[in-house]
Design a protein around this ligand. Structure first.
Ligand code: ADP
Ligand code: F6P
Length: 485
């Protein structure tokens, strides 16, 4: 068996999205999202194996190795898996529930069955490729049941689970009709990791509550024992399961490969600024087009600042790049049309011929193009209602190591616990976003030393806690976990 098979990552998505052409050939493009950004460099370093969905329906290519040495094992999803497991249970049930009900989750038993079946499919694929005693790292909310299934199929494996999105308070999680099975699935791992201590505490509190529930199906009632407290990058919290296993729980804030987000080429930045007509202030937003990201709210804040004269249309522009995401789901469609309507309205009100005030792209850009945008931007706007971490904030900060620029950041993004030099806003309150946008612009102009100190505090944090720190702290804790109590 290939050496890659002693370190296996399993995630819903592979790092590449495949498109099948009529002649049966495939083309590939990078797949969206922070999970892929975080894990790709880790897999490249370990020359590991990545089991996941290639973005196609009903077909998938044979396993192959990428140019960077990662062995990819595609898992085939059918059209009905895609609807029930991906669009349904993962993204219309778990996603809104775990993001504190920004929209109402749908509880649908058919979707739940699809979720169970597809989790079984992923676990079987891992079970077939993983070497004896391999380390298997299961990723994110789409695969919550995989640790438990794998534990039964392959007790020889060392299993880690990491959640890339927030974990909600027990009061919200308990809405889920299938809550016991999900907790039991997660507890199949030797180590369960979250971004934040708060997420880990929510999980521990939930475990305690579910364990105490009469008639619970999680082990036997009162047989789960929780001890210790959730810490960052080390383990003191444990859950003892009915079968005598000890599951470790901790917080491991994800980060980025800082090498990839240094400053962009000067000439490319100058060209862009010239195209934009040399504005005094460039605001920037870069997101998946997701209703959790608060894109509409930041557009409204920009519009109101133009309206009040706090910003001048001749001097400020907002660049908004939005990657298409989950486009068939209702709330995503609504969110896109609200964003696009606002862009049209704001340009109609404040733009001139050849000089829009909002430049909007609904597509993915290359890392190079993103870097040019990050370098050209004065103020980055990251305003999610709720976000596990938000790597865009860290990418911008890494790009401004020289202390230029300012970051306006939602207090509900995981990154807010680490990027203490950001201008923190409450995205539910447009006045708060406006205040922090104005404060950032004011400091850049009139208080540059203070603005630079803030940005250097942010970039120091990211450079000293990059993606290698994230992965190695998780994997070291995983190596030490899982001993019987
Ligand atoms: P999420 O995982 O919810 O999408 P993150 O901010 O954590 O949010 O990660 C998003 C990742 O996707 C980042 O690495 C960012 O660079 C990348 N990204 C976001 N928008 C685009 C885009 N339009 N083009 C290319 N990459 C993008
Ligand atoms: O971390 C958030 C996340 O949902 C990942 O799990 C996912 O791969 C990424 O964003 C992009 O979402 P999707 O895979 O649904 O396009």
């Amino acid at each position: 068996m290939d050496d890659s098979n002693s370190f296996v990552v399993v995630a819903n998505r592979l790092p590449v999205d495949m498109t099948v052409h009529p002649d049966g050939s495939y083309s590939i493009s990078p797949s969206p999202g922070g999970l892929v950004t975080g894990l790709s460099p880790v897999l490249e370093q370990h020359r590991g194996c990545w089991v996941g969905w290639p973005g196609t329906v009903d077909v998938a290519p044979e396993p192959f190795r990428t140019d960077t040495g990662v062995l990819l094992h595609p898992v085939v999803l059918t059209a009905s898996d895609y609807e029930g497991f991906y669009e349904g249970f993962s993204n219309a049930t778990l996603w809104p529930l775990f993001h504190d009900l920004i929209v109402t989750p749908v509880y649908n038993t058919d979707w739940w069955h699809a979720f169970r079946e597809v989790n079984l499919k992923f676990a079987e694929a891992v079970s077939q490729v993983a070497a004896h005693g391999a380390t298997v790292w299961v990723q994110d909310y789409q695969l919550l049941l995989v640790p438990g299934i794998l534990r039964q199929m392959r007790p020889d494996l060392k299993i880690g689970f990491f959640l890339h999105i927030p974990f909600p308070s027990p009061d919200l999680f308990r809405q889920l009709p299938w809550r016991e099975e999900i907790v039991r699935g997660m507890l199949g791992a030797d180590l369960v990791g979250f971004h934040l201590v708060q997420n880990a505490e929510n999980f521990l509190a939930l475990t305690q509550q579910v364990a105490g529930t009469a008639g619970s199906h999680v082990g036997q009632p009162d047989t789960l024992q929780v001890s210790g407290e959730a810490l960052v990058r080390e383990i003191s919290a444990h859950v003892e399961t009915a079968d005598g296993r000890r599951v470790s729980v901790g917080a491991f804030p994800i980060s980025i490969d800082v090498e990839m987000f240094g400053e962009a080429s000067k000439s490319a930045v100058l060209d862009l600024l010239k195209t934009l007509d040399e504005p005094e202030t460039v605001f920037l937003g870069v997101d998946r087009l997701d209703y959790t990201k608060g894109i509409l709210q930041r557009l409204l804040a920009f519009e109101e600042l133009l309206e009040s004269g706090a910003l001048e249309a001749d001097r400020a522009v907002l660049l908004q790049v939005a990657t298409p995401s989950r486009e068939r789901i209702d709330h995503y469609r609504v969110s896109r049309s609200q964003v696009e309507e606002a862009v049209g309205r704001i340009n109609g009100r404040f733009g001139r011929m050849g000089r829009p005030v909002v430049h909007y792209l609904h597509r993915s850009l290359s890392k190079n193009d993103l870097q040019v945008l990050y370098t050209a931007a004065d103020v980055m706007l990251v305003t999610p209602f709720k976000d596990g971490m938000n790597l865009v904030a860290k990418e911008f900060v890494a790009n401004h190591r020289d202390g230029t620029g300012a970051l306006v950041l939602s207090e509900f993004a995981g990154a807010a616990t680490e990027l203490t030099g950001a201008y923190l806003c409450n995205p539910f309150d447009v006045e708060s976003i406006k205040r922090q946008m104005v404060a950032a612009v004011h400091d850049l102009k009139h208080n540059p030393e203070s603005a630079a100190t803030r940005m250097k505090t942010n970039s120091e944090q990211v450079y000293t806690h990059d993606v290698n720190v994230w992965a190695s702290s998780f994997l070291d804790c995983l190596a030490q976990s899982g001993e019987n109590s």
